[in-house]
Write a protein that binds this ligand. Structure first.
Ligand code: NAD
Length: 519
């Protein structure tokens, strides 16, 4: 309870709150350097998933407000792109310091609106902070190429320029990290940016925007708009937006990629996942069980890099009891409570869908080794609870294997060999992350070579690359060419320009000669 008030107080301090409807806080728009209450008549409730209490309201940005946000970004671009790069980097230095000093307030907002534990919420902020740190030292990755003497007196060089107005569309599950995957890199590269947080938990993004303004971003360089599909469609159809970064579900991602590309924009779309762990019989017992439970049930399975399927080479039997014991030891509860391991799902609909998929899986022949359906948290009877759930005997014809459940559910499959395990992993439509647990170097090497997944862990359950690499999901988990953050992210937000110069001294007979013709 105390924490809710603290989070609200923190939100107030960070300009998140306004007069609000019925005394509630509202997520404000950021347009031309000012945080404004939307004039919309369409509001979306933001609820605390542990209680169903409405904690805030998110506006569906009006067309006029949206246009003003993009116009401000367009107007700010010419001066911002000419602002010396070290000065743009200095804003990021200041931002990283402000994020550090507001870490607790940001984390409290994440827990309040998204539900994850405070520890996970700090991780959410921290993983985004690391991208800000990368942006502080962007210059080396922006260096261009130069070749002299491509012809007599002629040189060619190539450098990267920002695109203009870029936009970002964010999911609910990492309300701080994903906005930070996007705008720090885009603006440090010289772009201006229109951010649309998830309408389910917009608080942290608004607080981050406030901190970015405090850090010294000029007005218009960052705008924040809010809403659901209408706001997304407005982004996709606006002719002045050059590039769109999206993170979220398959369904929204396919629509956004297709419509954005059809409108001539660059689009990078990170989508859903079904991340497999492959467990070989020689894997370290305790470490592997701990890694699997943490990666499957931590953050209530609502991570795009969560392990949601495990393939046991040689069978699940030797692992099953230890896994069930460890999963049972996890405490389900309010993320704001210190001893909680597994928080709520984002909405009652998310619980309903997960329960439906689990139930269908059992009807199709899966064995429920641990059943989290019907979990109750005393004192929080209205929360969106699903306890850790372990399904054994899962096969590739079941929806629980085919579909992303996005909940604390681990489906267990069996394979006779590493080759069969690889076939299972490579047959799923998603290709975000995967991990192998083994003590065999040759097996790990074969796995990393043959697996058709973009991020691979070897005895590492959640192999999210640090920001000097990029987030490289494959196949159904990604649409586009240039991945998010790191060098690829920078390439996404910039375009190369190649210049050929002729500075031959035309009055100098010797200099006028072309050596190849003389030869
Ligand atoms: P979501 O697709 O429902 O929402 C994401 C964004 O898209 C939101 O801003 C929302 O307003 C918008 N949106 C939703 N439906 C839309 C529609 N029909 N048309 C246009 N816009 C729409 O996703 P979510 O539930 O917020 O997030 C969970 C999903 O995100 C999971 O599938 C998860 O795997 C995925 N995810 C992927 C990554 C990754 O990097 N691959 C990272 C985090 C989350």
């Amino acid at each position: 309870r105390t924490l809710v008030y603290q989070a609200r107080a923190a939100a107030t301090a960070c300009n998140y709150t306004g007069a609000g409807l019925r005394g509630l806080t509202t997520a404000r728009l950021l347009i031309n350097g000012e945080f404004k209450e939307s004039q919309t008549d369409t509001w979306i409730d933001v609820t605390n998933p542990a209680t169903q209490e409405v904690v805030s309201r998110c506006p569906e940005t009006t067309p006029a407000e949206f246009q003003a946000a993009v116009q401000a970004a367009k107007d700010a671009f010419p001066a911002w792109r000419r602002t010396p790069l070290p000065m743009r980097q200095r804003v990021m230095f200041k931002l990283q310091q402000l994020i550090r000093s507001n870490m607790s307030e940001l984390a409290a907002s994440v827990t309040l609106e998204q539900g994850k534990t405070l520890l996970d919420a700090r991780g959410d902020v921290f993983r985004g902070l690391e991208v800000v740190e990368y942006a502080c030292g962007l210059a080396p990755d922006l260096r261009g190429d130069y070749i002299e003497h491509v012809s007599a007196g002629m040189d060619t060089y190539s450098f990267r320029q920002p695109l203009g107005v870029c936009a970002g569309i964010c999911p609910f599950n990492f309300p701080a990290m994903i906005p930070l995957w996007m705008f720090p890199l885009a603006v440090t590269a010289g772009n201006t940016f229109v951010l649309k947080p998830s309408e389910k938990d917009p608080g942290a993004a608004v607080m981050l925007a406030e901190l970015a303004m405090q850090a010294g971003l000029p007005k218009g360089v960052l705008s924040v708009v809010h809403g659901a599909r209408p706001a997304v469609t407005a982004i996709l159809d606006h002719p002045d937006i050059r590039a769109v970064s999206f993170v979220g579900s398959d369904q929204a991602g396919r629509f956004i990629y297709e419509r954005g590309c059809a409108n001539g924009k660059r689009v990078q779309a990170n989508m859903g996942a079904k991340n497999h762990a492959v467990v070989l019989p020689d894997a370290h017992r305790e470490a592997t069980v701990a890694a699997l439970t943490g990666a499957a049930f931590g953050a209530a399975g609502q991570r795009c890099m969560a392990i949601s399927a495990a393939v046991f080479v040689g069978g699940v039997a030797p692992w099953r009891d230890a896994l069930v014991r460890k999963a049972k030891s996890l405490k389900v509860g309010n993320g704001a409570d210190k001893d909680t391991d597994v928080g709520p799902l984002i909405s009652p609909e998310a619980v309903e869908r997960a329960v439906r998929l689990i139930t269908e899986g059992i009807h199709q022949g899966a064995e429920c080794a641990l059943d989290g359906r019907g979990a109750v948290v005393p004192g929080h009877e209205n929360g969106n609870w699903l306890g850790p759930t372990l399904l054994a005997n899962v096969t590739m014809d079941m929806d629980v294997w085919r579909e992303e459940i996005f909940a604390p559910v681990l489906v267990c499959l069996e394979a006779d060999s590493l080759d069969v395990a690889l076939e299972i992993v490579n047959s799923n439509t998603h290709g975000n992350g995967t991990a192998i647990f083994t003590r065999s170097g040759p097996a790990a090497r074969k796995f990393q070579d043959e697996v058709q997944v973009g991020m691979v862990g070897i005895n590492v359950p959640i192999p999210v690359p640090l920001p000097f690499f990029s987030f490289t999901g494959w196949r159904g988990s990604f649409h586009g060419d240039l991945h998010m953050y790191g060098k690829a992210g920078l390439d996404f937000y910039t375009q190369p320009k190649t210049v050929t110069t002729n500075w031959r001294d035309l009055d100098d007979q010797a200099g006028n000669r072309t050596p190849e013709l003389d030869a």
